[in-house]
Design a protein around this ligand. Structure first.
Ligand code: SF4
Ligand code: SF4
Length: 389
């Protein structure tokens, strides 16, 4: 995905949807690796579906599903061989595009500054759902819009294999955020998993020329009309099965209205200000810097690491922390995520993946908190339309 996704033009004519089988998925991993990509995708590790490097298609989590609820996440065996039959895990693609720690520069006692080592890695992300596709796009706006050339270079090398979601989890609400369950936007290839008596197979199409080139190298056949229609019905049915939804109100106006109201104590009485929600969120991007020296004191390095707006020192200014209470920190997080993000970056900061609900140790649910505010302030108006929530 090089930021120049080729639409349906003369240069790139997307193939009609084709079908690959489970072996084709193995082939896809092998082809991408042969082309020099580090292929990252879902795999089972320590009782969770995590993202990691795939050495082959055998690493994919065939037949594993997950059960999710506020503060809960469990993997379980499915009664089929679905590879993508699970919703989001504890990690997101953010950890590759915006790593938890990365060096910024180093210097010696002689005062020579050295830039960080070149990161020429080219990632291929395999299994990106609609919500996470939107998150990858939002992160690009945030990080590359600020002039981060290293990240922009990484994005330019990125190859994305998106997957339509046919298995939403109990905490998912992408349909109400307009980001899923179908994968739309910047992808090189898109797959829709379908389960047959002979195992899973995948309707595939390309979104870029290089996606089309990769697809042509896989063993495939043309999809028939019924298969295409049924795949579309599977995705539509996933939207109907979604566990949650964001209320249909103007969230920006709601959060502006609620800002000075006496409503934040209740959620603050439950919130541990642990920051888990910001760590798992695929769009939270805040960082801080740390300077470290080696034991001789002859070498110093500056590192960037993820930070959270739930840390008291995050708002440290002129000798004091500005947001000292849990109320103010939760209000800051949800107001930025659903409200002021629009002013800063032109979209919502939430894509409806549900991770913050899953991985909150006390099960605080962003959709319920928004719904509670909407009930308290019924006069803020309705959702103003697609792309504005
Ligand atoms: S706020 Fe929660 S649901 Fe929204 S994108 Fe972040 S982790 Fe996902
Ligand atoms: S909302 Fe939940 S995950 Fe986020 S800081 Fe509070 S307790 Fe932690």
């Amino acid at each position: 995905m090089d930021g120049t996704r080729v639409p349906d033009t003369a240069e790139h004519t997307p193939a009609a949807r084709t079908v690959i089988d489970r072996g084709g998925l193995d082939q896809l991993v092998a082809v991408l690796r042969a082309d020099g990509y580090r292929v990252i995708g879902p795999k089972l590790d320590r009782n969770a579906i995590v993202l990691g490097e795939l050495d082959s298609g055998d690493d994919l989590p065939d037949g594993w599903g997950v059960t999710t609820a506020p503060g809960q996440y469990r993997v379980h065996r499915r009664d089929d061989d679905a590879v993508f039959g699970h919703s989001s895990g504890p990690q997101s693609w953010k950890q590759y595009l915006h790593p938890p720690r990365r060096p910024l520069w180093s210097t010696d006692q002689d005062g020579t500054f050295r830039p960080p080592p070149d990161e020429e890695v080219a990632y291929a992300f395999l299994g990106v759902r609609g919500c996470d596709l939107a998150a990858i796009r939002i992160l690009r706006t945030v990080l590359c819009g600020g002039g981060d050339g290293r990240t922009a270079a990484m994005y330019s090398r990125l190859f994305v294999v998106a997957v339509d979601c046919t298995e939403p989890g109990g905490v998912c609400f992408c349909a109400s955020m307009g980001t899923g369950p179908g994968a739309a936007g910047d992808y090189d290839l898109r797959l829709t998993e379908r389960l047959g008596h002979d195992g899973p197979h995948y309707l595939a199409d390309s979104g870029t020329d290089r996606g089309a080139t990769v697809l042509a190298r896989l063993q495939h056949r043309e999809a028939d009309r019924d298969e295409v229609d049924q795949a579309a019905r599977d995705v539509a049915a996933a939207a109907d099965r979604m566990g949650r939804r964001m209320p249909d109100v103007d969230l920006r106006a709601l959060l502006r209205t609620a800002r000075d109201a006496d409503v934040w104590d209740e959620v603050a009485s439950r919130c541990l200000t642990c920051g888990n929600c910001t760590m798992v969120c695929p769009t939270c991007f805040c960082t801080t810097v740390e300077d470290v020296t080696d034991l001789t004191g002859g070498n110093a390095e500056r590192w960037q690491r993820w930070a959270s707006c739930f840390e008291p020192e995050f708002s440290h200014l002129h000798g004091g922390d500005v947001r000292v209470s849990g109320q103010s920190r939760y209000r800051q997080w949800i107001s930025h995520k659903l409200g002021t993000w629009h002013d800063q970056f032109g979209s919502s900061g939430c894509v409806g993946c549900g991770r913050c609900i899953d991985w909150c140790p006390v099960g605080i649910d962003i959709t319920q908190e928004a719904a509670r505010l909407a009930e308290m302030f019924p006069d803020v108006g309705d959702y103003p339309g697609e792309g504005a929530k």
